[in-house]
Ligand binder design. Structure first.
Ligand code: AGP
Length: 610
């Protein structure tokens, strides 16, 4: 397995193909950023293959000003198999120099295919992708045309594999591109006398806003003037493009040094946008009645997600149980996929996913669809795979989230869960739901978030004083604060590489407190009057063992010992303010250590393979 989370771009029919490819790769760099490459073919038959280790900026330097052409493909890589290097970077080329291929995914049986068909071929890389392009050339040498050879190879790839392939035949005079996908995301952007290919629409919003989805098993032949989709049986498929109304500038950093801080600062606006999108003037909730009826017909909710989205699901459980009165379970997608618990009689599945492309979650949805259960995807990306394949979709309207560390999507997911829980509770005539003045509460949350980001300077200082040089840290809390402790710990881990655990503060004394020593940073979250005193005594227990504590407390519970005081909001919405402090602590700790906050080592934004 070579490239499990990569970015793919392609263009045919534009004289500025090189710039379109490099711009597209820059927009996809959050998907993988350790090596990259482009292949461009010019009208005069000149071909250019440029690959480089490192960032797109390094590739752009290598490309220089001499690479011109109207058709090309490109790739940015997240290495797993084969070190980041020029040889392992994509595009990979067949030994006869005819075929060029970029790939996102995993080929399960590449070693067998190599042994069976390609024993006499000299390989330049350690990648599974090169096996595929060499195999295409192998069948072409046996007399098949490019498309037939491509389809032949697709038929030999085993079913465990995932792929998005973009192939170019350098001998084809009509600038044709060939595309196929299974599990990995890929879109075709349609233009006037040109067409583009991309892993994510954002990569091509500068040239088109109209995109075609590709279904698993389809093979697509693209020329400047045409896009021909064939299903697995070879039947022609007609499909209308969908329009993406996101403005390309929304994905710009503006005056910010890093997207993460821009996206943290955007959270108050996200709350206000959600109020506009989900409530009408009279305060009625604008969620389809079918969805409301389908979810209220369920006897149990199953929230399935990964990473930060899983943490938003933990808060969702509180909201669905306390506002909508429905028993709710929250499951880690990669565990649920192969170890499904005993389900209730009438389950309803909720998939939380910023990208809408996370393979672990999609694997569960595929099984849920096979079992015929209803499902809802709450996502930030319209037309994403998990949105298309679920029964229902609710959008976060948070705007593109570029930084690998998810922030505004987390708070957006919790707000949408709250809105849905209120709608469900109201439909069931539950007093608690009717009395839950959510528009008023979301306004309070937006103002509270604004106050916290306006005072970010104090958090910057705390990060330097308490987390400056540490190699480990702990977040503690109880109930809904424990849910936030898990998320805040993940943020600190993923952007500053500090070994951090989020912990139920009552659990510390049952073992983990042994790790507390002089100077160990412990960050306590205290927003629930019922448990505040208990958490404070846990704080005393770690202070007694030398811990360096930061306590984050709700206004009504705060003492002069608390470094961060949170504005008062509804008890079930405190994660929307308490997490902001955790996001900022992570951001500043990473920045103060000189790390690339937006592109942490070893990570990628959208995990498209299991
Ligand atoms: C969070 O900061 C990480 N980027 C990661 O844990 C992420 O939340 C996880 O991969 C799930 O992604 P999704 O929301 O796009 O499905």
């Amino acid at each position: 397995m070579d490239n499990i989370m990569c970015g793919i771009v392609g263009v045919t029919g534009r004289q500025d193909a090189t710039e379109i490819l490099l711009h597209g790769l820059e927009k996809l760099e959050y998907r993988g950023y350790d090596s990259a490459g482009i292949f461009v073919s010019a009208e005069d038959g000149q071909n250019y293959l440029v690959k480089e280790k490192g960032r797109i900026a390094d590739l752009r330097q290598e490309v220089g000003d001499d690479v011109h052409g109207s058709t090309g493909i490109g790739h940015t890589r997240w290495a797993t198999h084969g070190v980041p290097s020029r040889d392992n970077a994509h595009p990979h080329v067949s030994e006869d120099g005819r075929f060029y291929l970029v790939h996102n995914g995993v080929i399960g049986n590449f070693a067998q295919l190599k042994a069976e068909y390609l024993a006499d071929v000299n390989f330049k890389s350690e990648t599974d992708t090169e096996v595929i392009v060499q195999l295409i050339a192998h069948f072409a040498k046996e007399g098949m045309d490019a498309k037939a050879a491509f389809k032949k190879v697709l038929s030999l790839v085993d079913t465990s594999s995932s792929y998005a392939f973009l192939l170019m035949d350098s001998q084809a005079k009509d600038h044709t591109l060939y595309v196929a996908k299974r599990k990995s995301p890929l879109l075709i952007g349609v233009g006037k006398d040109f067409n583009v290919v991309c892993s994510d629409a954002m990569a091509m919003l500068n040239v088109t806003h109209d995109f075609l989805e590709i279904a698993d098993g389809e093979v697509v032949t693209i020329t400047p003037a045409s896009v021909d989709i064939e299903d697995a049986e070879g039947n022609k498929v007609e499909r209308a493009p969908f329009h993406v109304d996101t403005d390309a500038s929304a994905a710009e950093k503006g005056a910010y040094e890093f997207y993460m801080l821009k996206e943290i600062d955007e959270q108050p606006a996200v709350m206000r946008t959600l109020e506009q999108k989900y409530f009408d003037e009279a305060g009625n909730i604008l969620i389809d009645q079918d969805l409301r009826d389908a979810i209220n017909a369920a006897d149990r909710l199953y929230i399935v997600a990964a990473g930060t989205s899983y943490h938003a699901g933990l808060v969702g459980k509180e909201l669905f149980e306390k506002i909508a009165g429905v028993p709710t379970e929250v499951h880690v997608a990669s565990e649920f996929a192969y170890n499904m618990p005993l389900l209730s009689a009438k389950p309803f599945f909720i998939f939380l996913t910023q990208s809408g492309e996370t393979a672990d979650s999609r694997e569960v949805l595929v099984n849920v669809n096979k079992l015929g259960y209803p499902s809802l995807t709450i996502t930030n990306v319209p037309n994403s795979t998990l949105s298309r394949e679920a029964s229902y979709t609710l959008l976060l309207h948070a705007g593109p989230e570029i930084a690998v560390a998810s922030t505004k999507a987390y708070t957006g997911q919790i707000a949408v869960e709250a809105i849905l829980a209120k709608a469900m509770g109201q439909d069931k005539d539950l007093e608690v739901a009717k009395n839950f003045d959510l528009t008023g509460e979301l306004t309070k949350v937006a103002n509270g978030m604004q106050a916290l980001v306006d005072e970010k300077g104090q958090v910057e200082k705390l990060a330097a004083d308490v987390l400056g040089t540490t190699r480990n840290a702990f977040y503690i809390g109880r109930g809904i604060d424990y849910d936030v402790a898990l998320e805040a710990a993940l943020k600190l881990k993923e952007v500053s590489y500090v070994q951090t655990e989020g912990f139920a503060s009552g659990e510390l004394k049952h073992g983990t407190i042994a790790l507390i020593e002089k100077g160990t940073p412990v960050i306590a979250i205290i927003t629930d009057p019922k448990t505040a005193a208990h958490t404070r005594s846990n704080v005393q227990e770690v202070v007694a063992r030398g811990a360096n504590v930061i306590s984050i407390a709700a206004e009504g519970l705060a003492t002069d010992k608390d470094q961060i005081v949170l504005p008062e909001v509804h008890p079930l919405l405190t994660p929307l303010v308490s997490v902001v402090s955790g996001q900022l602590l992570a951001y500043y700790t990473s920045k103060q250590r000189g790390y690339d906050v937006d592109k942490p080592r070893n990570l990628a934004k959208s995990v498209t393979v299991e």
